[in-house]
Design a protein around this ligand. Structure first.
Ligand code: FPP
Length: 224
């Protein structure tokens, strides 16, 4: 959800107003994805690296998130959307931890869509943590499979992302789902996140629909 700060700056507003507009855009995107039948959506909400931001901005982001979770709980349940967190929740502020725990528990049985929030997330840390857990389990190196490794990631049991959208003109992954993104299609747009509306989503989806995904095979093997 990149570009909130620049969106605010362009309007002479404080950065937190950009994040508030970003939260509105997130809500609209999730609603549209749900009505399109998309089963998994992940929002890169707060990376481990984001702790280096000014304290006031960090507080504003977590306040917004708690408000969002409280406001949207009934809709999530009505829409049968399960909330799941990717990241290390133990290090989050107490109020955030509580809200996240509450909403995850209340939506645990929802099956139509999973909404992942990457929170206090780092792709490299996720991989290291998986290694740590596997080493502790005493598994023999030759018995290790890709499936076993995937089961130690925050996304255990979920498919890899088909499409990763990065807004605001930045052309990198920034430590996002590094293991899972091996064969994801990437879509980059200059649009700032608060302006990434339904029309922008459809533009990204139709671009994705035109991609040829070969997963390493030849075009003769995969067809036109
Ligand atoms: C990146 O834009 C945005 C963030 C680090 C925070 C995103 C968080 C929210 C929108 C809070 C609410 C969350 C949900 C799920 C409702 P940036 O600040 O890096 O923008 P810039 O690159 O233009 O400065």
């Amino acid at each position: 959800m990149d570009g909130n700060g620049r969106w605010a700056k362009k309007r002479g507003l404080p950065r937190r107003k950009g994040h508030a507009a970003g939260a509105d855009a997130a809500k609209a995107l999730v609603t549209e994805c749900r009505s399109l039948g998309i089963e998994y959506v992940t929002l890169y909400t707060f990376s481990k690296e984001n702790w280096d931001r000014p304290k006031g901005e960090i507080r504003a982001i977590f306040d917004l998130l708690v408000r969002f979770l409280k406001q949207e709980l009934d809709t999530l349940v009505e829409q049968d959307i399960r909330l799941h967190i990717l990241g290390e929740t133990a290090e989050l502020p107490l109020a955030t931890r509580k809200a996240v725990k509450f909403v995850c528990a209340k939506t645990a049985k929802c099956v139509s869509m999973t909404l992942n929030l990457a929170l206090n997330y780092s792709g490299r840390d996720e991989i290291l943590l998986a290694c740590e857990k596997l080493l502790q389990s005493g598994i023999k190196p030759r018995d290790l499979t890709e499936e076993m490794f995937k089961n130690q990631l925050h996304t255990a049991g979920q498919p890899d992302p088909d499409l990763i959208i990065r807004t605001s003109g930045e052309l990198r992954l920034s430590n996002y789902l590094l293991f899972q993104a091996a064969y994801s299609e990437l879509y980059f747009t200059d649009t700032l996140w608060p302006d990434f509306d339904k029309a922008e989503l459809h533009k990204a989806l139709s671009d994705f629909a035109g991609r040829k995904r070969r997963f390493g095979k030849t075009s003769e093997q995969t067809g036109p």
